[in-house]
Design a protein around this ligand. Structure first.
Ligand code: GTP
Ligand code: MG
Length: 226
């Protein structure tokens, strides 16, 4: 029966996945030690494509540039587009293109960090590849994992993608300026996210209007001062 149902193949796949994740954990632990030695706090931003990660980074850089030195690692399947947007803000940035892979891994972050190392910075943002599923299994050595869900995506996302919410410390509900135009239920999304992770800090905000942004900025200032 196994010959036909492919369960032996699946067992091999699972063994390989476990090996890849174990290797990633080792490198992530090394990254974390490295970041600690350098006194750098690292934020891993995870969301579906287009939830507003780069726009939030642009607004964050504008608001904090005179207070906290920052750098960014951008992850995308293709193009330097997001890195170019960050570069225009005058912040050191490295673009990692994964060639189609749906998440960043700890080794890619290690290599990108070495390209940034000559710069002085206190906060390092990692914009993960736009995907609400794959990045959740890959520790990058970050201090803070932030999952974004935007109003147009719908308030059911924590229930459908629990791993991303379970492993995060902060969830940003983005694009709240669009609430009048979508049947997005702010109470429902918060309830679902807290069912999965009762310790999750949830901040609704809009990078376009600036509403709610001060709570996010305060959180970053606290992190940078630790
Ligand atoms: N109305 C509104 N639009 C926003 C907001 N933030 C981002 N957008 C828009 O959403 C679109 C996607 O924003 P990005 O910041 O590029 O999203 P992203 O998550 O970086 O996208 P990927 O890197 O491709 O995953 C752009 O058209 C932004 O202008 C917001 O707060 N309000
Ligand atoms: Mg982006």
């Amino acid at each position: 029966m196994c010959e036909h149902c492919g369960c032996q193949e699946r067992k091999k796949e699972i063994a390989l996945e476990k090996k890849i994740l174990a290797q990633n954990e080792e490198i992530a632990a090394r990254n974390r030690r490295h970041f600690q030695e350098k006194g750098i706090k690292v934020i891993n931003l995870i969301s579906a494509p287009g939830s507003g990660k780069t726009t939030l980074l642009e607004a964050t850089i504008e608001a904090l540039r005179d207070k906290i030195p920052m750098a960014v690692i951008e992850g995308d399947p293709e193009t330097e587009r997001d890195a170019e947007r960050i570069r225009k803000k005058g912040v050191p940035v490295v673009q990692v293109t994964t060639g189609g892979a749906c998440h960043l891994d700890a080794l890619q972050v290690h290599r990108a960090f070495h390209q940034l190392e000559e710069n002085h910075f206190r906060l390092l943002f990692i914009e993960n590849v736009g995907n609400l599923l794959c990045p959740s299994a890959f520790d990058l050595g970050e201090d803070l994992r932030v999952v974004l869900v935007s109003v147009p995506e719908g308030s059911d996302k924590p229930a459908k993608y629990p791993a991303s919410f379970f492993r995060a410390q902060v969830s940003l509900i983005t694009k709240i300026d669009l609430l009048p135009y979508f049947d997005f239920d702010l109470k429902e999304v918060q309830k679902l996210a807290l069912q999965i992770n009762p310790r999750l800090r949830i901040i609704p905000l809009s990078a376009k209007t600036g509403e709610g942004l001060s709570l996010w900025l305060k959180l970053l200032e606290d992190l940078a001062s630790r």
